[in-house]
Design a protein around this ligand. Structure first.
Ligand code: PSU
Ligand code: MN
Length: 327
């Protein structure tokens, strides 16, 4: 069946649609990290390696982006390449931006909130959401990324709170990340997630990780130690129709962990620069990521790549364990 629904349709790649239809393991991946989080060609190399890790561990990768106004779930290698080369020409697309990017036929790099939305929608039992229109698709419950957005420092004044957190509150997708960066206010981010009813689990640790470093000083209530244990929580969340998302926070591998002090110094400097330049709104996160990368002499980029791959490995294993529970 062709994608005849125009701007209302979502193009699910044949490989992803087939995997969903047989209840196989699928892992959703975001595109803002490719277009706005890393420079070309490292972004393409990383995106391809992440997809390969997912495949090698028994799951099908589904990178999500909006191409010429059509949301795509699962990209082929040409699409992935053109996305990586285009970089910032793809509009950073959070939930609030989706309708506009689609209506104007634009290209959008989806953030965590928009990626969760499409990962979940690809599962809808409607006749117009995908090429596999007649099948009762079971959706993409697992989504791997590096770091999610959160409550910004001084967020109690600016009210700059990422829509990633509200999306987690209302969309039943499990996000695997290395926690949140300390460019954000981590304690308030966790408070906000609690308010939103989001299950936050830390993988093989009792502490919420801070992206570049293993620990943030914030304890979590839920510790998980295996992919199977994660899958059981996701399964329970689904069967109870809780409707909310789950955040599984995985510490960066020890060998790659950066010095907390060096990162904090870079963050303080970058925050000051952002204030001086009056950078606010959705440009603050890319600005901070870029400045921290430069100020740490590029070491933050290498750490970022390593942790995304580590998350992809665990995400694929959780997707397989979850698919086994459903069999
Ligand atoms: N944090 C990172 N890397 C990223 C992002 C956040 O360490 O690439 C991206 C993700 O796409 C996330 C988005 O969903 O930034 C959050 O942006 P904002 O803070 O504007 O909500
Ligand atoms: Mn924001």
């Amino acid at each position: 069946m062709s994608l005849s629904t125009g701007a209302m349709g979502v193009a699910v790649s044949p490989e992803v649609a087939a995997a969903l239809a047989r209840g196989g393991a699928v892992v959703a991946l975001e595109s803002t990290i490719i277009c706005h989080g890393m420079p070309y060609p490292k972004n393409l190399q990383t995106a391809m390696e992440v997809e390969a890790i997912v495949r090698d561990n028994g799951a099908v990768p589904a990178t999500i982006a909006i191409l010429d106004g059509v949301p795509h779930v699962g990209l082929n290698s040409e699409q992935l390449k053109s996305l990586a080369i285009s970089g910032r020409q793809f509009q950073k697309t959070a939930r609030r931006d989706i309708a506009h990017v689609v209506a104007s036929g634009g290209n959008g790099a989806t953030t965590v909130s928009a990626t969760m939305f499409f990962a979940h929608k690809a599962s809808a039992k409607t006749s117009c959401w995908s090429y596999m229109s007649c099948l009762d698709l079971v959706g993409i419950p697992i989504f791997v990324t590096g770091g999610i957005g959160g409550v910004h420092r001084n967020g109690e004044q600016t009210m700059d709170i990422s829509s990633d957190l509200t999306e987690l509150g209302k969309t039943p997708v499990t996000v695997i990340s290395a926690g949140v960066k300390s460019i954000l206010d981590i304690p308030r981010t966790l408070e906000y997630l609690e308010t939103q009813g989001v299950t936050v689990a830390a993988y093989r640790t009792n502490e919420f990780p801070a992206f570049f470093t293993e620990a943030s000083g914030c304890k979590v209530q839920c510790r998980v130690d295996s992919p199977e244990e994660c899958a059981k929580i996701i399964y329970a969340n689904k069967n109870l129709y809780l409707g909310s998302g789950i955040l599984i926070a995985v510490p960066i591998p020890k060998e790659q962990a950066a010095s907390g002090n060096a990162i904090e110094a870079a963050i303080q400097k970058a925050l000051k620069e952002a204030e001086d330049k009056n950078i606010i709104g959705n440009t603050i996160t890319p600005f901070m990521l870029d400045r921290v990368k430069v100020l740490t002499g590029g070491s933050s980029l290498e750490a970022n790549i390593a942790l995304v791959k580590n998350n992809a490995l665990l995400g694929a294993k959780i997707a397989v364990a979850l698919s086994d529970l459903h069999q």
